[in-house]
Structure formats: C-alpha cells, structure tokens
Design a binder for this molecule. Structure first.
Ligand SMILES: [Ca+2]
Ligand SMILES: [Ca+2]
Ligand SMILES: [Ca+2]
Length: 445
C-alpha cells in the first residue's frame, strides 16, 4: 500500500484477515558454501545476494516444510503481500500567495510548490539555495522511484528520466543481459513474463509515482509546469506497487537490487505496510545495497494519524538498517501534518507533505497529501546535496540531512532529529564539515 491519507480508512479491514503470501515464491538462505538443495518443488531459483535465493515453486508451504530440517538451509521466508488499500485522489489546489516571495525558477507553476519557501516561512529553503548557490560543480545522481510507475512521457519529466545505457529500446532483446527485456527507464515487477521476469516498461498505472517523481526532479527552468527540488537527477522508474497497493516482499527486494545495481544512490519508498510477519530479508537487502553499492533508502513514515512507529512499527520504515532515512510530514504552518506518523527513535526527520503540488500523468499537475509526498521532498533535497558532494557515503549523507534540520520544539519527542529538513542549511553544513565527514568515512572502511 502507499502511505496516503485515505489509507487509514481501511486499516482495520486489512488486519481482519490473516496475512496473505505468495504461494509460488519463497526466499531461501543457504549456509555459507552450500548449494541450494535439489527438490521437485523448486521450478527455478534466482540468486539475490550473499546466500539468498528467490525460489519459484509449485507450493511455497510444502517447500518450506521440506527445507525446515535441512542443515544446508539457514532459513526460509515467505513473500507477503502488503494488504490492499485505497489509493489517493488529487485535491483541488487553492491559489497561493506567490507574489510575496522570490522565485528562483521560470517554471510557471513552481510558485505553487510551497516547500520551496525559506525555513522562516516553513519550507525547506529551495529557492534560497538556488538564489545563493555554492560554487561547486554538480554531478548527476540517479534516484530510483519505487512506486506505481512513472509517466516518462510527461512534458516536465521526459528530460529527467534515467535511460539504461546498455539497453536498446523496443527490439524485444535483453541487450545488456541483466534479465530484463527493453528496460529503458526501469522495470515493472508486477507485470511478469512466462518465466517470471519483470517487464521492462514502468509506465504509470496510477498518478502516485508520477507525482513523487516530479517533486524530486521535474525539469527546472524549461518554462513548463513546476520545478523539481534537485537540478541534476535522473529518475529511474520501478513499478512495484499495484493500484490496489498490495506490493509483495519479493518485488520490493527485486526493486532494491535492480535500482542499486544500475547506479541509483537514492531510492525513494513512498509505500509500506503496517505489519511484518517476522521476515528480515527486506532489511538485509537495504543493508546490502547500502554497503555494496552506496545507496541510501528514503522511506515514508506512514499515515495512521500520529500513530507511533516506535510502538507500532511500519515496514520498510521501521526496519533497523542504518541505510534508511525515515520521513514524517509537515504542513504549510510548519507543524506536523494531521495524518503523519511519528517515532522518537524510528522516524528521522520531517518534510513538507501536505498539499504538495506536482506532476501527474498526461502532462497534468495536482496536489496530493501524505508522508508519500514528504519522502520525495527529502529525496530531492538529499539528491541535491549528493550532487554537490558525491564523495559522501550514504551514512554521511543521512547524517548531514539530519544535523542540518530546522529544529521545531514540538518535534523533539516525535522524531530523532527533532526538525524539518532544509536544503540551504544542508549544503552549508556539508561544506563547513566536509573534511571531517570524508575523513571519518575513510576510517570506517
Ligand atoms: Ca536488459
Ligand atoms: Ca532491448
Ligand atoms: Ca518545469
């Protein structure tokens, strides 16, 4: 499910049933040096990372039982569904008082993105950062949007889409031999071929993912639409969240691995579920891609009306990985959005997520609310910082975002950093502490 405000309406229904899992897929972790055991129940197996496999099977429960006492097998995990939820609808956008603050961009609708305002006006200082830029060359950063797909033909997104350099479009061939045919802008893990491979076309099935992508990276200064927060980002689109919001653990793991292996340094997760059946494979995957590929995962805290994630964990937001930055939502007044979850120990920062104006499919624009929108606001800020300082590893990057927040008194007990992120301050903070940050990174290795 996506973390959108309407989600809370159906939450009790989701808990009423016992959790559903995929009957034809099972995670299997074998002992070091061991091979995957042979079994008539195993149809095929895909190595994931370390000793982890995703196995295609005729019967996941029977295979689970068969492997239970096998000494070569460390553990098995089922691939659970998130549970069906209702999706958000676009809201009417009130006209904004855009005349009273300066604009860094010529995009006609950029003034509707209130997060661009200075901290004193409860935004994250995007305008200020661009009006007073650091004299540093910016490198391109790939940001993966794991969501409902992205309208990669949108007028304000088509120029910022990532393209797989080794793949030739529309020839029906997996040119780069990565297991996906014609994966130009990303993959669609929901539409699978007969062999169970994800399709190569992540076109949007719902407005959610397109909205998330625009917040991060919509083309700046092209005289059209809005401006994204980051200036040198390519969006990798990964469709893993169905319109019924019922994503599976296996698709989430596959999405993380695809994103990291193809160069995404920031991965936005505006989705999650309010239950976990004890599995840790998603957390292990986040650790793996952080350590091996230098990727930082940014996740929405969830929208269960101030529910405390410390006591009622949400996933992936509440996993313990150090490579996870978890985001609550703020409104135009600077306070916590009415729907946003909190967590003194498990939610890291807050960012604008109420009435966020961004791109929707078909060259459209609209407002949406949710921690789903606060997460990409943070992904955009984080990507812009990484563009300036590409040597930062994910741990340092998370640290500077958290240390440079604008403190909000009431947030002290609600999240780790106690404040709202700020692009201008994050860039200055990184510049001022750069030597120390990079030195500490090298000591860690
Ligand atoms: Ca391919
Ligand atoms: Ca091809
Ligand atoms: Ca634009």
């Amino acid at each position: 499910m996506k973390w959108i405000i309407l989600a809370s309406l159906t939450i009790s229904a989701a808990f009423a049933q016992s959790p559903r899992f995929e009957s034809t897929r099972l995670f299997v972790k074998v002992a070091k040096g061991a091979k995957l055991p042979e079994s008539s129940l195993i149809q095929s197996a895909k190595p994931l990372f370390g000793q982890n496999y995703l196995v295609k099977t005729s019967n996941a429960v029977a295979l689970e039982n068969e492997l239970k006492n096998n000494k070569q097998v460390v553990k098995t995990e089922r691939s659970y569904y998130a549970g069906k939820r209702k999706l958000p609808t676009a809201q009417k956008t009130k006209s904004m008082d855009s005349s009273s603050f300066f604009e860094a961009f010529n995009d006609p609708k950029a003034s509707k993105v209130w997060a661009f305002r200075d901290a004193s006006r409860k935004g994250v200082s995007v305008n200020k950062a661009y009006m007073d830029p650091l004299a540093i060359n910016k490198e391109e950063v790939i940001v993966a949007v794991i969501d409902t797909g992205v309208d990669y033909n949108h007028e304000d997104l088509r120029d910022v889409m990532w393209s797989n350099p080794a793949e030739i479009a529309n020839n029906g061939i997996d040119d780069d031999n990565n297991g996906y045919i014609d994966d130009i802008h990303g993959i669609d893990t929901i539409n699978k071929d007969d062999q169970g491979n994800a399709s190569g076309d992540p076109m949007a099935s719902h407005a959610h993912g397109t909205h998330v992508a625009g917040t991060i990276a919509a083309s700046q200064n092209n005289g059209v639409g809005i401006a994204g927060i980051a200036s040198n980002v390519k969006i990798m689109a990964i469709r893993a969240v169905p319109d019924s919001s019922d994503e599976t653990d296996a698709d989430v793991v596959e999405s993380f691995l695809y994103a990291a292996k193809h160069g995404a340094k920031i991965i936005n997760c505006s989705f999650g579920k309010a239950h976990n059946e004890g599995g840790m494979i998603v957390n292990e995957t986040i650790d793996h891609i952080g350590q091996t590929y230098g990727a930082l995962v940014i996740a929405a805290a969830g929208n269960e009306y101030r529910s405390d994630n410390d006591n009622k964990p949400k996933y992936p937001a509440s996993f313990p990985s150090d490579y996870l930055l978890v985001v609550a939502s703020t409104n135009k007044s600077g306070g916590l959005s009415w729907f946003s979850n909190v967590g003194q120990n498990t939610v890291d920062v807050a960012a604008p997520g109420s009435s966020v104006y961004s791109t929707v499919p078909g060259n459209g624009y609209s407002s949406m609310s949710g921690t789903s929108m606060a997460s990409p606001t943070t992904a955009g800020v984080t990507a812009e910082v990484l563009s300036h300082f590409p040597e930062l590893n994910p741990i340092s990057l998370k640290k500077v975002i958290m240390e440079s927040v604008t403190k909000v008194g009431r947030f002290e007990d609600l999240m780790v950093s106690g404040g709202r992120i700020d692009l201008y301050q994050a860039l200055r903070h990184t510049l001022n502490n750069y030597d120390e940050l990079v030195r500490n990174q090298s000591l860690k290795r």
